[in-house]
Design a protein around this ligand. Structure first.
Ligand SMILES: Nc1ncnc2c1ncn2[C@@H]1O[C@H](COP(=O)(O)OP(=O)(O)OP(=O)(O)O)[C@@H](O)[C@H]1O
Ligand SMILES: [Mg+2]
Length: 394
């Protein structure tokens, strides 16, 4: 059946004859690791087709195949029903396929305008880059998209969200009829997202076929007319959005019913490993000591996950910091580890007792962003060695 009106992408999904891009029996491996195993995908004119799946499911890999980034793979890609063999991104662009990559692919040293038209520069007499013309064209494009950016600004000076908008403008500048968006909103503000959604809807209404990859399930439910789910490099389902709810999508992504299985797996009743009694914390402020937590107590058993609820500012983080010895205040109460009273005065004490803390703000509290992953992972161990050496000297 065919809908005559395509005012809303929700109802604009057309029938099979409108398939503009398809992938059949696609497999791709990196080294020995299979990223895609015999997957199929089909995209129709005027639809917003969400592609979902957990990290590493193979979403980006398929999109890179469809957009000519990867040329080595098994299976068949067809445009308008005709098999194609893209030799590179340029071939895919010529076939009307544009992609907004998950990772930014801009040249920081170049201007916004130069980035948008990179490789497709406007030329004077076929020789010299016409900077004025490209700046004008970029300006007009950005304005149409409601993006307030100076076409002459160097991309390296923009914040990540703005760079993402430049990526989007670049893809749209190609007037593609097939547009692939791989996590386009990850660094956008809510207002920028709303603007992008409006553009996506307009494009779909005008007949552009859109693949939309996002981890944000609410976005997908609002935008998409169809959903495909991949898991571990395999195709799990393709369904009209109207036939799915959030739970069904999540179950397809993770491969099991989360609620049911987590209830089964919940077990407690091991030995009490951490016991907290009458824990209190006061912090100095302008008016003297302010009580932040008071009279907190709980027992935590081996194998148990203990949830701590409460509103912002109610002291959840402070409870953990007080236990871990990292709070800047006066603590009171009694803590036992494995049934023995302990005195934790610093994170180093806590670490020696086998307690680790994943902080609320990893960037400022948990990680040294300038250091390597190896150094970051090893850091608590190094501290321990020094502490142990110091203890040995005493
Ligand atoms: N260039 C590469 N070299 C080696 N392995 C890769 C490469 N690209 C992807 N992989 C692997 O292929 C698998 C699929 O990755 P892919 O990036 O397609 O997943 P994804 O669904 O896009 O995940 P995410 O949601 O994290 O973006 C993963 O196991 C990944 O580690
Ligand atoms: Mg990806």
């Amino acid at each position: 059946m065919r809908e005559s009106s395509s005012l809303s992408p929700q109802h604009g999904a057309a029938d099979r004859s409108d398939t503009v891009l398809s992938a059949e029996h696609i497999s791709k491996s990196f080294g020995g690791i299979a990223a895609l195993v015999d997957v199929g995908f089909e995209l129709r004119r005027g639809e917003v087709h969400a592609l979902m799946g957990e990290n590493g499911a193979g979403k980006s890999t398929l999109m890179k195949i469809l957009s000519g980034v990867y040329t080595g793979y098994e299976g068949t890609v067809s445009v308008d029903g005709h098999p194609v063999n893209f030799a590179g991104v340029r071939d895919a662009e010529d076939a009307g396929i544009a992609i907004i990559h998950q990772e930014l692919n801009l040249v920081p040293e170049l201007s916004v305008a130069d980035n948008i038209f990179l490789g497709r520069e406007k030329l004077i007499a076929g020789l010299i880059v016409d900077r004025k013309a490209s700046s004008r064209a970029a300006g007009a494009l950005l304005q149409r998209l409601g993006i307030e950016l100076d076409p002459q600004a160097r991309v390296g000076t923009l914040r990540v969200g703005e760079q993402q908008l430049v990526e989007i403008a670049k893809a749209l500048s190609m007037s593609a009829r097939i547009l692939i968006m791989d996590e386009p909103t990850s660094a956008l503000s809510p207002a920028e997202c709303q603007r992008l959604f409006r553009i996506i809807r307009q494009l779909a209404e005008s007949g552009v076929a859109i693949v939309y990859i996002s981890h944000r399930i609410d976005e997908v439910m609002h935008l998409a007319s169809r959903v495909t789910v991949f898991r571990d490099g395999r195709h799990v389902l393709t369904e009209p959005m109207a036939r799915l709810d959030e739970d069904a999508i999540i179950s397809a992504m993770v491969g099991r019913n989360l609620l049911a299985s987590s209830q089964e797996e919940r077990h407690s009743g091991g030995n009490i490993v951490l016991s907290v009694e009458n824990l209190s914390l006061s912090k100095p402020d302008a008016h003297g000591w302010r009580t932040v937590i008071d009279g907190v107590g709980f027992d935590l058993a081996a194998g148990e996950i203990l949830g701590i609820g409460g509103l912002l500012g109610s002291g959840r983080t402070e409870i953990l910091e007080a236990i871990f010895g990292s709070s800047d205040g006066r603590t009171g109460g009694e803590i036992q580890v494995d049934g023995r009273p302990v005195d934790i005065r610093s994170p180093r004490d806590a670490r020696r007792l086998g307690i680790a803390l994943v902080t609320e703000d990893r960037k400022t509290q948990g990680l040294h962003l300038q250091a390597s992953i190896a150094d970051n992972v090893a850091l608590p161990l190094l501290g321990g060695q020094r502490a142990d050496a110091e203890a040995g000297q005493r």
